[in-house]
Design a protein around this ligand. Structure first.
Ligand code: FAD
Length: 282
């Protein structure tokens, strides 16, 4: 099914999508987590592209999710880790395996000097290539607070428009914790004439180290109470996880009340928090 149809025809609103990453400890661990999350009928499982997993490994995960778990799957693909030929080969594999969707990204440049491919400079070029070489339905990334390298949120939205005119159908956002930033973003998208569905990126807080790293890397705003709580529960994992669930439930409820098209959960390959959140909001 095409992404635009998933969002326009869904009987469950908002549409729920779940993001997982290729596990380092074997595929069985991911299967176990997804078995738990399957009961919430996610419309889509997206699988990140990481430097530790080759396209072949990612493809094995994608096929496992599609054929063994019978879930719709959307692999991520990045410009930095793929030259033109790699993309051509990979999208052929996806199409031969009846995968319908892909999330096209630029990716981040490695800081350790690892060489990257520069044949596609920005994600819009990758979107255009995939669109002209396949029938895949393409999702793209959006940044409610602007991408960290962008001159301004408006220039970032202009660049986002290029991804959509190249064939992007749905926007999946960076995680955020301040809903007012997301609502402002939606207003700006509408003013720019963007009308495709937007799935809001939700990350349940699981660990202090991980969340502070993400916040600093992507320059994400945090509400005062959020900052206080994560400091308070820095060394108390159980309370941190429970706070993360409570915060995300409130965040999702407010987004749902405002008619958000989709909720895209960064599951971190841990079913517990996401399943607790879904128990409260579905
Ligand atoms: P682009 O859309 O190319 O934008 C990158 C920057 O360039 C932005 O600042 C943009 O404004 C600017 N720009 C775009 N076009 C132009 C132009 N023509 N001229 C000048 N500037 C321009 N990373 C991974 O490595 N693997 C993943 O699986 C992955 N999954 C992700 C999933 C989601 C939902 C999100 C939000 C991000 C994900 N990322 C992933 C991170 C992403 O790769 C990085 O944020 C990356 O830095 C930007 O990717 P992009 O596709 O948004 O790039």
């Amino acid at each position: 099914m095409k992404l635009k149809d998933i969002y326009s025809k869904s009987k469950i609103n908002p549409v729920i999508s779940l993001e997982v990453f290729p596990p380092k400890d074997g595929l069985d661990s991911l299967d176990a987590e997804l078995e738990i999350l399957k009961k919430y009928n996610p419309a889509l499982i997206s699988v990140t592209s990481t430097s530790s997993a080759t396209n072949a490994v990612q493809s094995e995960i994608v096929q496992n999710i599609k054929n063994k778990m019978h879930l719709t799957v959307m692999p991520h693909l990045t410009c930095v880790r793929n030259c033109r030929q790699d993309v051509e080969d990979y999208i052929k594999i996806l199409q031969n395996n009846s995968v319908d969707c892909i999330l096209a990204l630029r990716g981040d440049y490695p800081t350790d000097g690892t060489q990257v491919c520069c044949e596609f400079k920005y994600a819009n070029e990758l979107v255009e290539f995939i669109n002209s070489h396949s029938d895949l339905s393409i999702g793209v990334a959006g940044y409610p607070e602007g991408h960290i390298e962008a001159e301004s949120i408006l220039s970032d939205i202009n660049n986002l428009k290029n991804k959509l005119s190249a064939g992007g159908e749905v926007i999946y956002t960076q995680l955020f914790f301040d809903n007012s930033k997301f609502f402002r973003y939606i207003e700006l998208l509408e003013k720019s004439g963007i009308s495709v569905p937007v799935a809001a990126g939700i990350m349940p807080v699981i660990s202090y180290k991980q969340i502070t790293r993400m916040i600093n890397l992507a320059n994400i705003s945090v509400p005062k109470n959020f900052a206080e709580k994560i400091e308070a529960y820095k060394d108390d994992k159980k309370s941190m996880v429970e706070f993360g669930i409570e915060f995300a439930v409130n965040q999702c409820q407010s987004l749902i009340a405002c008619g958000v098209d989709g909720l895209h959960f960064y599951t971190l390959n841990k079913a517990y928090s996401t399943s607790k959140i879904l128990d409260s909001i579905i």
